[in-house]
Ligand binder design. Structure first.
Ligand code: SF4
Length: 191
């Protein structure tokens, strides 16, 4: 368990929940520069459909191998975990909080069980996420699970992460992940 005075620059073993390889590029490099020892963690039952889930996972596996980062994962694709988590909160504002709670809660529990000092997430780099909700949710989980949430606002590195992903020829998705975000991204404009 980290000391209460530990700050963002104190070296730590960190489990990094990874939403996708493009977001992981810059984020992993950044936290390694801060001398954290990283292991990736894949748990994203929000991603729809299965083929998209498989594509994003495979891209992350390739990335983790290339940068020599251990990758832990929950390989089963249980879309019902996601739907149960957001049921009754499907509106855009509410559902992301429950989605973060599900994914980061699982990562925090795993990190604590395996003896990591902290957990974090690649979602912190995306300007398309609800950043304040994400931060608040991570802090709530920190208090509940008893493991430090390594927080930094990484959004200034977003464009660099896209550049890195392009150069590595990574698959780059065009919607956040859930079926709702897919519909919002690709629906026809309302008349
Ligand atoms: S938009 Fe993204 S963060 Fe929000 S519920 Fe859907 S997959 Fe989760």
């Amino acid at each position: 368990m980290p000391s209460p005075s530990s700050g963002p620059n104190d070296m730590a073993s960190v489990l990094i929940h990874a939403c996708c390889a493009p977001c992981a590029t810059y984020t992993v490099e950044h936290f390694r520069k801060e001398r954290h020892e990283l292991a990736g963690y894949w748990f994203n039952p929000n991603i729809h459909p299965l083929s998209e889930h498989a594509l994003r996972l495979q891209t992350l596996i390739d990335f983790a191998r290339d940068v020599g980062m251990p990758l832990e994962m929950t390989p089963d694709y249980k879309i019902e975990d996601y739907f149960q988590a957001v049921a009754g909160h499907e509106g855009q504002e509410a559902r992301c909080r429950y989605c973060y709670l599900l994914r980061l809660g699982q990562a925090a529990g795993f990190a604590r069980e395996k003896g990591f000092d902290a957990f974090t997430t690649t979602l912190l780099i995306s300007p398309y996420q609800k950043h304040d909700v994400l931060k608040q949710t991570g802090e709530e989980i920190q208090a509940k699970v008893g493991i430090r949430f390594l927080y930094e606002d990484l959004r200034p590195g977003y464009h660099e992460s896209r550049k890195m992903a392009r150069e590595l020829n990574f698959y780059r998705q065009r919607y956040c992940g859930c079926i709702f975000s897919h519909a919002e991204r690709f629906s026809f404009p309302k008349k």
